[in-house]
Design a protein around this ligand. Structure first.
Ligand code: MG
Length: 381
């Protein structure tokens, strides 16, 4: 039996806005577009706003009609991702495996950890308190034998709750719940289910799989299995980052080749640094060049896997000199690294990692991690 947690931060964007501005506490707060001009939707809203009938994805104009006294905010997206990362770091301290499903949702596999953490319900409570205390973020946690059950449970627990469905109790727990608790049941599907007389999850579960296959195809079969308490028991492995890139758009289009090359030097130093932070080597080095008339050129070259500033810069420079063949000023220049491989343990221990150059790069990385990127510069950047 697996023990899967689904942790969902409660009205996350609103919670972050309230950390940034505590005056928003207790008030109906809506993050999304400007209701007077925008045509957007509600990205998140507080429980006070939900009492007026608001929900996420509702058109902002409709929200404004229902809740004209609400506080409408555009949102601070860089802050949301900063807080999301902080939550993940905290969870990584405990969870053997994490799958981040969205900016405010995390699956964790705690199978076999009872001997370390004790009762899973009490442990979830402790985790919840720690996140609230250290980061001022409320969350809900669902625990179950698979991802689907865990997700339904965290939703059921909202706000600030923990729901644990004991193994074997999945069908009993689900049966009385409205059918729309099943992930993936949207408006259209819900209407179709209601038309056929299915209102609760139990209504679906006690009908045959064949019926759902015939009525809704593959989707119907998946729905039937979820209604019967089944779901993925294993988390997806972490997604590897596919590329590292940096771009610079000039405030005023640049014509000087020397200045563009200096920018290129700085950008390659930055991407190389990010590459080394991740202990990766890149085999493909690319550049992007956008002229002031928006004609965009990209070029790339594959080399022996490297994390060396000098090789990356020299390759990018050659690509740039070949590509920059028009007498038109440049609006944007960018560098992109792809085709990654990792170091083998042995490379790290015995090979070039011990050379003077490597020691220097490691020292630079440490200094930059501590004092910021611009604390130290190489060569002519
Ligand atoms: Mg959430």
């Amino acid at each position: 039996m697996r023990t899967i947690f689904h942790l969902d931060l409660d009205s996350f964007f609103v919670s972050v806005e309230r950390i940034l501005n505590p005056e928003l506490n207790g008030k109906p707060v809506i993050v999304g577009a400007d209701p007077k001009h925008g045509r957007g939707v509600v990205a998140a809203c507080s429980y006070e706003a939900r009492e007026c009938g608001l929900h996420s994805a509702m058109p902002i104009k409709q929200a404004y009609k229902l809740c004209p006294h609400g506080i409408y905010l555009h949102g601070h997206h860089e802050e949301y991702s900063r807080f999301s990362k902080a939550v993940k770091r905290l969870l990584e301290h405990y969870a053997p495996q994490i799958e981040q499903a969205s900016i405010d949702e995390f699956y964790m596999d705690f199978t076999g950890t009872e001997r370390i953490y004790g009762s899973m319900f009490a442990f979830a409570k402790k985790l919840q308190n720690e996140i609230e205390q250290k980061l001022s973020l409320p969350c809900s946690i669902g625990i179950g034998s698979n991802k689907t059950i865990a997700k339904i449970c965290s939703d059921y627990a909202k706000p600030k709750g923990v729901t644990y469905v004991m193994p074997g109790m999945e069908k009993d727990f689900l049966a009385p719940l409205p059918v729309e608790v099943i992930p993936g049941v949207g408006k259209v599907m819900l209407k179709a289910l209601h038309e056929r007389g299915f209102y609760t999850v139990g209504d679906v579960a006690k009908t045959s799989e064949d019926y759902f296959g015939a009525a809704f195809g593959k989707y119907g079969i998946a729905l039937w299995h979820k209604a019967n308490g089944e779901g993925s028991e294993y988390l997806s492995p972490p997604q590897e980052r596919k590329s590292i890139s940096k771009e610079r758009t000039y405030a005023k289009d640049e014509i000087s080749k020397e200045k563009i090359e200096a920018t290129l030097f700085k950008l390659t130093a930055e991407v190389s640094q990010l590459l080394r932070n991740k202990n990766l080597l890149a085999a493909t080095i690319g550049i992007k060049l956008r002229y002031s008339d928006f004609v965009t050129v990209t070029r790339e070259k594959t080399v022996k896997p490297t994390d060396d500033d000098k090789i990356i810069f020299e390759t990018a420079l050659r690509l740039f000199r070949k590509a920059f063949n028009r007498r038109v000023s440049v609006r944007l220049i960018g560098v992109r690294l792809t085709n990654f491989s990792g170091f083998s343990e042995q490379t790290i221990l015995f090979e070039d990692k011990n050379t003077l150059r490597e020691k220097m790069f490691r020292a630079i990385t440490q200094i930059r991690n501590k004092f910021g990127y611009s604390s130290i510069k190489l060569g002519n950047s």
